[in-house]
Write a protein that binds this ligand. Structure first.
Ligand code: PLP
Length: 469
């Protein structure tokens, strides 16, 4: 494809994208494909001869699109959102077009310096402490792994990086029983072993109980196990429960434990000052992550990771072979040293486009709009005789179920599971589930970029319709 053909094909592709967005609401939200549907339409061998772009685009439409679940559909209410927005797409298009690999300052000074600046913007917009240094990671999972590895090195005086785990010293890491599975994964990858992760029990609101955390730490100390780090959740995945950060941070501070805060989804709400009570105590945390790629209209991937001690982070990850040395090393941020990857995409660009296009005011308006819509629907669910709310609605996620007093818990679980299946098979909306205290729970997430009251009302109507059936 030469530049002339590229121009022609790019215009066709853009037209396809415009049509897609103009008609997205006509598509089933969740792909209706069955396993094997797509692969069976794909040739077993790669093509030997160049193929025509029109045919490739046609096949994209007929083979690939039916296997796509439309995350940008305003009736998408599953998991947490993975939001995009038009400014973000445009930033991403330019980043792809430039194709810069931004591993060190010299390989694109603008990428490094823009990343530094947008992360400062984001830190200040969200009311995070001025001593936080920000870096964009691909995902919250990676950020949490980076945090746990940094904690491991700082606590062991960088000995484990050098010699590996030696002797019989055992460590413990703590999170709540409701914390995200990325923490389990990070603890395993960091070499501690799954048993080193201690799950602290939660209260009636699914938030960590600090006195339990304290008790477990003391028990470990008595058993000659070294407490190493605590991961607090500001917005758990199942129900957006908020761990009491102030008390947890005091415990960590008193005992010299590393504190990482996982605000993957809820973190975006910190642009609204009225929700900053959720991160009271953050000034004592060692690191914090939230995902603009979830709720801040910045398409995947873009995870904002903030760390207090940037020297500890760099010391954990820096390896400097001759071929990567540059004259500027002492004066600039080389983000290859701030995480796992060497090669890095220019992610700051889309975030810059989003922050400038929406403006802080536009972001606050959208986020508070989502939260208000969720409050309104939650009220309707709560007051309906056939439904019950199963967790506090802290932000924009509603955990609820169909309820009938004459049905057993087992029957209710089966009924709710079947309601979920029917709703999703309809293609009208897409919601997912979790289990809270053993109860099969429907989760309605109201956070898609283009969500309005109309979409929320439709979700509620579809839920009622299938529950009645
Ligand atoms: N932490 C929480 C609370 C989450 O809900 C999620 C994902 O939904 C993650 C971490 C992992 O996020 P990522 O997909 O960016 O790794």
């Amino acid at each position: 494809m030469d530049i002339k053909e590229f121009k022609k094909n790019a215009h066709k592709t853009l037209d396809y994208i415009f049509d897609y967005y103009e008609n997205i609401e006509k598509l089933p939200v969740k792909s209706q494909a069955a396993p094997g549907d797509i692969i069976n339409k794909l040739p077993e061998k790669a093509p030997e001869k160049p193929e025509d772009y029109d045919q490739i685009l046609k096949d994209f439409d007929s083979i690939i699109m039916p296997g796509i679940t439309h995350w940008q559909h305003p009736n998408f209410h599953a998991y947490f959102n993975s939001n995009g927005s038009f400014p973000s797409f445009l930033g991403e298009m330019l980043s792809t077009a430039i194709g810069a690999q931004c591993m060190i300052w010299q390989t694109s000074p603008a990428a490094a310096e823009l990343e530094q600046r947008v992360m400062e913007w984001l830190r200040d917009l969200c009311g995070l402490p001025g001593h936080f240094h920000g870096v964009i990671q691909d995902s919250a999972s990676t950020a949490t792994l980076v945090s746990i590895l940094t904690a491991r090195e700082k606590v062991s005086a960088y000995d484990i990086n050098r010699h590996g785990f030696r002797g019989s010293r055992k460590y413990s890491i703590y999170c709540s029983a409701e914390a995200h599975s990325s923490i389990d994964k990070a603890v395993r990858i960091a070499g501690f072993g799954a048993d080193s992760l201690k799950k602290v029990s939660t209260d009636e609101n699914f938030a960590m109980i600090p006195s339990e955390l304290n008790r477990m730490i003391e028990e470990d100390i008595d058993n000659d196990v070294q407490p190493l780090a605590v991961i607090a959740a500001i917005g758990t995945t199942s129900s957006v429960a908020i761990d009491p950060l102030k008390e947890i941070s005091d415990i960590c501070n008193k005992r010299g434990l590393w504190l990482h805060v996982d605000g993957a989804h809820a973190g975006t709400a910190m642009i609204l000052p009225e929700f900053r009570y959720m991160i009271e105590g953050i000034e004592l945390a060692d690191s914090y992550v939230f995902n603009p790629h979830k709720w801040m209209f910045t398409n995947f991937d873009c995870s904002a990771y903030f760390v207090r001690d940037k020297e500890a982070l760099i010391k954990t990850f820096s390896i400097l072979p001759e071929y990567l040395k540059t004259e500027e090393d002492k004066f600039v941020n080389n983000y290859r040293d701030w995480g796992i990857q060497l090669g890095r995409r220019f992610r700051a660009l889309k975030l810059w486009f989003v922050l400038r296009s929406f403006g802080a005011e536009g972001l606050r308006k959208k986020i508070s709009g989502h939260i208000n819509i969720a409050k309104d629907i939650a009220e309707k669910i709560e007051t309906h005789p056939d439904f019950e709310i199963l967790a506090p609605v802290n932000l924009n996620v509603i955990c609820f179920r169909y309820f009938h007093p004459e049905k057993s818990e087992m029957e209710l679980n089966a009924i709710n599971e079947s309601i979920l299946k029917k709703i999703n098979a309809s293609g009208e909306i897409y919601i997912t589930h979790t289990k809270l205290k053993g109860k099969y729970t429907l989760r309605l997430v109201l956070g898609q970029t283009e969500l309005t009251e109309r979409h929320a009302a439709k979700a509620w109507q579809v839920i009622k319709q299938y529950a009645t059936q």
